[in-house]
Design a protein around this ligand. Structure first.
Ligand SMILES: O=C(O)[C@H](O)[C@@H](O)[C@H](O)[C@H](O)COP(=O)(O)O
Length: 276
């Protein structure tokens, strides 16, 4: 892996041909600053190119790490009216339930941004997991038809401008868990599971083909508890590497960027080459 430093942003960059760009930050504040910059830049480019910015969120700490978007300069410089919000995965619970990814994003992020309410595409919480997955796919299909969501040139899939993912210590991303049959789903855009190893058990999730058709995928990973999973997901670990969902993220025609803090990056091969 090639290592270089971006002093202005107080981070180190590792670049790997197959695993994308790895941005390592001194602390969570630096990571949040860089993440907001990155999202705002993608939003600007996407609105300029297509007139829309279709972004898929996840649950977990990623929402609070996006907090800088709520303040200056982004509150003035980002064209929020062109944002369309989706979820890469969602727990099948009521929207006002404490476990809802929608509620997490709404309370901590979306309610503080001037996003058009009809542009926020949360799942229908009155349906079963299977119905909710089908319904969500239908909604996305309508928006692909009108090109609010772009279409992939390399697959029969939507091409989200940005899919934002967290990663669990087991290497799961969205609701794609290790050793789960959900990883085999190749036909659906959105699928469901009722046996999530992490509660709650019922979830809907983008499938791997959809995530890998995105124009940009960012995986945000923090904390020492994820150092080993980060190593397995990013480093060249050879044939003995266990099947890790995060390692299966390989955008076919898009760009993959990892946002790590020092602790999550501590076991990466390139990490020892610099100290921040
Ligand atoms: O649905 C879920 O259970 C969570 O959304 C989960 O997938 C989360 O994104 C990762 O576990 C990373 O979470 P943290 O960044 O909070 O560790």
């Amino acid at each position: 892996m090639h290592v270089r430093y971006a002093q202005a942003k107080k981070m180190a960059l590792l670049e790997s041909k197959s695993r994308g760009e790895v941005r390592i930050h001194e602390n969570l504040d630096e990571l949040s600053t860089d993440l907001a910059d990155y999202i705002a830049e993608l939003s600007e480019a996407s609105v300029k190119e297509r007139g829309f910015f279709a972004i898929a969120l996840s649950g977990g700490s990623i929402i609070s790490l996006m907090r800088n978007l709520c303040g200056a300069p982004y509150n003035k410089t980002v064209d929020w009216s062109k944002w369309y919000i989706f979820w890469a995965d969602e727990r099948v619970v009521a929207k006002n339930h404490v476990d809802s990814n929608y509620k997490l994003a709404k309370d901590n992020l979306l309610s503080k941004l001037p996003i058009v309410p009809s542009h926020v595409h949360s799942i229908n919480d009155s349906l079963t997991a299977e119905e909710a997955a089908n319904d969500y796919e239908f909604v996305i299909r309508q928006l692909v038809r009108t090109r609010v969501v772009n279409v992939s040139e390399v697959s029969d899939c939507p091409k989200f401008d940005l899919v934002l993912l967290g990663m669990g210590p087991d290497g799961h991303v969205a609701s794609l868990f290790p050793n789960h049959s959900v990883l085999e789903e190749k036909n659906e855009w959105v699928t469901f599971i009722t046996t999530s190893p992490k509660p709650p058990p019922e979830r809907i999730t983008f499938t791997l083909p959809v995530i890998n058709s995105a124009a940009n995928v960012a995986v945000v990973v923090t904390g020492g508890g994820k150092a080993e999973a980060s190593r397995l997901a990013i480093d060249d670990v050879g044939p003995e590497c266990p099947v890790l969902p995060a390692r299966m993220i390989e955008p076919a025609a898009g760009k993959l960027v990892w946002f790590l803090d020092n602790q999550a990056a501590s076991k990466l091969k390139g990490f020892s080459q610099f100290s921040m």
